[in-house]
Design a protein around this ligand. Structure first.
Ligand SMILES: *Cc1c(COP(=O)(O)O)cnc(C)c1O
Length: 392
């Protein structure tokens, strides 16, 4: 748990103006109040089961294991969730909380449109208006997600200023939020942003690890030796890791994007190469210039393309409970194709980073060791891009 001021060790907090601090504290109070109630827990559990399709299974990837030649590889199938990834887990929690607090509108930005589609779905279900800000360039690039958001009935705002991509979409959505923070709810899309969002989004995602720990034990009579997940902002990884933090025998590994290489400027390896700084209302390891401005970051997986990272990850790195590794674009693409062709599962490019690391590690371990990978999402959204990139 974070401390009273929302810090995990040295990271987190609320680096925002005082009037917003009081709004964030109201959200925290409301959240702590409803999450204890049976009505909220039952409603969320019911939606997880009947809307998302939980529990997602754990699958023993036997042919992938054989190909890697070493430890057994298992996949937690978050790719099978409704809307195709883990994001729906926290979007449902946030939409329900906004409704409970009597908010009149849920707001967010989206880059590739994954958070936008999950949030628009959750808001349609819960019955609360939803407004998504998206850069004009991203709107032109991400046609399938754009039309889905429109079909789902959210208000899609095209952001024409600045770079016309994610960074300006954040600023635009935030400007709208500041018009009426009492009545609007800014639904943050990962374990980032000011307190209480890193804690709250983690809690909503922690269903992944809770299920996985029990399922793995039931299937194998023991816990996995290694648990791994990709890290952008870090929500799917925190959701998976939380249940295993007290299991000393379980090694936890977060995998971030090395992009075109750690020795280039084209990566988003915040844990490996970042320094302490503040962005988007909290303190974390960031890739920043000498003035503390976030640097442009890059990953082949747009969901991992973020210059900061969740504060709890930074703390878990400091106390050496979680190890962080980086996987580059080429290794990611190889894993994308290998998993598709060995198991008939097309992963999201984000998730393929974790698969790539797991296969590399598996090769160094004996066959009686086990690695559990959080397969955070499916690759439908990436299929055209990969086919074009590899000239398939
Ligand atoms: C958005 C996304 C991610 C990255 O977000 P985290 O908060 O780091 O989990 C990872 N995988 C998929 C499939 C995504 O859509």
């Amino acid at each position: 748990m974070p401390d009273q001021r929302g810090y995990f060790g040295e990271y987190g907090g609320q680096i925002i103006p005082p009037e917003l601090q009081s709004v964030m504290n109201e959200i925290d109070v409301a959240y702590e109040e409803i999450r204890q109630t049976k009505a909220f827990q039952d409603e969320l559990a019911d939606l997880y089961a009947k809307y998302v399709g939980r529990p997602s299974p754990i699958f023993h990837a036997k042919r992938l294991t054989e190909k890697a030649g070493g430890a057994q590889i298992y996949l937690k199938r978050e790719d099978l969730n409704h809307t195709g990834a883990h994001k729906i887990n926290h979007c449902l929690g946030e939409a329900l909380l906004a409704k409970f607090m009597g908010k009149t509108k849920v707001l967010a930005e989206t880059g590739a449109g994954q958070h936008g589609v999950a949030l628009a779905s959750a808001c349609a279900l819960v019955g609360i208006p939803c407004e998504i800000h998206m850069g004009a360039i991203d709107i032109a690039k991400e046609h399938p997600n754009v039309v889905k958001m429109k079909i789902l009935g959210c208000k899609l705002v095209s952001v024409d200023r600045g770079t016309q991509t994610l960074k300006d979409a954040v600023d635009s959505a935030f400007d709208e939020y500041l018009l009426d923070p009492q009545n609007y709810f800014y639904a943050i899309g990962s374990v980032v942003g000011p307190h209480p969002f890193p804690k709250m989004v983690r809690d909503f995602q922690s269903i992944i690890g809770k299920e996985a720990r029990q399922q793995f034990q039931q299937q194998n009579g023991t816990l996995p030796d290694v648990v791994t997940a990709c890290v952008g902002g870090g929500s799917n990884a925190m959701g998976m890791f939380t249940a295993f933090l007290d299991d000393d025998s379980v090694e936890l590994v977060g995998v971030e994007p090395a992009g075109k290489g750690l020795d280039t400027n084209d990566h988003a390896a915040t844990m490996t190469l970042g320094t302490k700084g503040a962005l988007h209302g909290f303190e974390c390891l960031t890739l920043q210039d000498e003035n503390g401005e976030p640097l442009p970051v890059y990953s082949i997986a747009s969901g991992l393309d973020y210059p900061g990272v969740g504060p709890q990850h930074c703390h878990l790195k400091d106390i050496k409970r979680v190890r962080y590794e980086a996987i580059d674009d080429k290794e990611c693409l190889d894993a994308f194709i290998t998993l598709s062709r060995c198991e008939g599962i097309i992963p999201a490019l984000e998730s393929a980073h974790a698969v790539a690391y797991a296969t590399k590690l598996a090769a160094t371990l004996p066959a009686d060791k086990t690695i559990l990978v959080n397969l955070s999402g499916r690759g439908d959204k990436d299929a055209d891009f990969v086919a074009e990139t590899l000239a398939l």
